[in-house]
Write a protein that binds this ligand. Structure first.
Ligand SMILES: C[S@@+](CC[C@H](N)C(=O)[O-])C[C@H]1O[C@@H](n2cnc3c(N)ncnc32)[C@H](O)[C@@H]1O
Length: 217
């Protein structure tokens, strides 16, 4: 299976805890000046998302989707194309501006927001929540809070789709990113979310990927 994500190792690494947000804003600002490349700035939606929507054929009409840590908007545009009323947010103002410019005229609403302090109406507000390659990019000390914050966005009857780089138990990591173990992926299923499917996928580079689906009753 072709997996079109990219490692999120940036050359200008600045991964101290508490600086997770600034690390991304600096990278996007550098890239805008031509001084850096953003490894996940790819034209196509993530292949594991495209494959999942191709398989499950979700009908987005009348349904709300949110894309967490949307970056340049590749996955948000894909969901909007399936008919979802789509909100996409990122903590970096620079990338949100870039996404709006890049997708001028798009029905996607791009917002600057912090996953850890979302506007109150967003909590329990979405029929489909996409978390792709973000939690792994945050320092491990923030992981439990980030996982819980993602889950809180899912509406009753809604679905959470998680796409993440993986690691096997005991495998050393030297992030960023800090790939997730199976247990860490399954922990999205706390707080009222039931795991429907946890898929372990081997990427062409031999790395592990997770694609996991959770539902809220
Ligand atoms: C590795 S990138 C992945 C971007 C996108 N999901 C993709 O796959 O193309 C992680 C993204 O999460 C965003 N991010 C980091 N912390 C965040 C937070 N607390 N709230 C919202 N977005 C955040 C970063 O700015 C960055 O765009």
């Amino acid at each position: 299976m072709h997996v079109n994500d990219a490692s999120d190792r940036s050359s200008s690494r600045s991964s101290a805890e508490g600086d997770a947000i600034g690390r991304f804003e600096r990278l996007y600002a550098d890239a805008e000046r031509g001084g850096a490349e953003v490894p996940w700035d790819l034209a196509a939606p993530h292949s594991l998302l495209a494959e999942w929507t191709g398989r499950s054929r979700p009908d987005g009409s009348g349904r709300r989707a949110v894309v967490v840590g949307c970056g340049f908007g590749r996955d948000a545009e894909h969901l909007a194309g399936l008919g979802f009323t789509t909100l996409a947010f990122d903590v970096s103002p620079t990338v949100v501006r870039a996404a709006r410019r890049r997708h001028a005229g798009s029905p996607v609403r791009y917002e600057v927001a912090d996953l850890f302090t979302p506007p109150a109406p967003w909590v329990g507000g979405f029929d489909l929540v996409l978390e792709s390659m973000n939690v792994q990019a945050l320092p491990v000390g923030l992981r439990a809070r980030a996982t819980a914050a993602v889950g809180r966005l899912v509406a009753p009857g809604g679905t959470l789709l998680v796409i993440a780089a993986g690691r096997r138990p005991g495998e050393a990591v030297d992030g960023p990113p800090w790939p997730l173990t199976r247990a860490e992926v399954e922990s999205f299923g706390a707080a009222g979310l039931t795991p429907a499917l946890v898929e372990e996928i081997t990427a062409p580079d031999g790395g592990l990927r997770w694609r996991a689906e959770f539902h809220r009753a």
